[in-house]
Design a protein around this ligand. Structure first.
Ligand SMILES: Nc1ncnc2c1ncn2[C@@H]1O[C@H](COP(=O)(O)OP(=O)(O)OP(=O)(O)O)[C@@H](O)[C@H]1O
Length: 239
């Protein structure tokens, strides 16, 4: 099933084409959007949730134009900067955002449980650890049980144990039926994904499963495959 479809997507930011003619499709499961800092990951995700002005092309999400009203409660989005209130508890935050979305208070309780914060539900967010805070943001994005969850570098700045736990949570969310599109610049996170989009300088240089991408490049890991792809692109570009 196709969840996201991009055709000829072009985005200009600061007078420069940040994305220039992107074509790709994203299916169910966890899809990792991986690439170095500044390659255009956030811009692509912003286009998918419909908050980015686009210069050309189309972005279709769950069969509808990105950002259109029918998608409002079908797509959850967690940006890089946290939007939760530090002076409220976990549950107060979730109940606040549930009310904004017109959802019953029970929706807050179930998302707190879904991100394993049940034992911290009455803790003030400002006193939580980085990993716990990240999960509060994730719970907000999960309110209303979206069909697509878009996460912009949710594991940045977290230690390896917390990163592993969060990835286990993304896999669990996907198994429960929500497609997850998650960006990262950490290549070793690729192994946790069902599908991968490898990105460099505004272009998708490979898409497929981790096994397919490694096999195509004859590489033992995604980082080596990425470097081989970059060398190939540079060589072809120079020829
Ligand atoms: N508001 C803006 N105005 C002009 N240029 C921008 C703006 N935001 C981002 N850019 C440029 O667009 C390019 C892509 O940025 P983007 O944030 O999409 O990359 P990214 O891969 O998500 O990076 P990071 O991993 O560091 O968040 C960068 O060259 C950046 O300088």
């Amino acid at each position: 099933m196709t969840i996201v479809e991009l055709a000829g997507l072009r985005v200009v930011r600061g007078g420069r084409a940040v994305l220039d003619g992107l074509d790709l499709s994203v299916g169910a499961g966890v899809t990792g959007l991986l690439g170095p800092s500044g390659c255009g990951k956030s811009t692509l995700l912003r286009s998918v949730v419909g908050v980015q002005r686009i210069a050309a092309g189309t972005v279709t999400v769950l069969g509808e134009p990105a950002g259109s009203p029918p998608l409002r409660d079908r797509v959850g989005y967690q940006t890089q900067s946290s939007s939760v209130y530090d002076d409220l508890t976990v549950l107060e935050n979730l109940r606040f955002f549930a009310r904004v979305l017109g959802l019953p208070p029970a929706a807050a309780d179930s998302t707190v449980a879904a991100v394993d914060l049940g034992s911290h539900r009455d803790a003030v967010v400002g006193r939580l650890s980085g990993g716990q805070r990240s999960r509060v943001g994730l719970a907000v994005a999960l309110l209303g049980n979206p069909e697509l969850l878009v996460l912009d570098e949710p594991t940045v700045g977290l230690d390896p144990v917390l990163r592993r736990d969060l990835w286990a949570l993304f896999n669990r969310i996907a198994e429960a039926g929500t497609a997850v599109l998650v960006s990262s610049h950490v290549m070793d996170e690729a192994e946790r994904c069902d599908g991968l989009l490898l990105m460099r300088e505004g272009r998708i240089i490979a898409q497929g499963t981790p096994v397919e991408i490694k096999a195509r490049q004859g590489a033992a890991d995604i980082e080596t495959a990425f470097l081989a792809l970059v060398e190939g692109v540079d060589r072809d570009g120079a020829a």
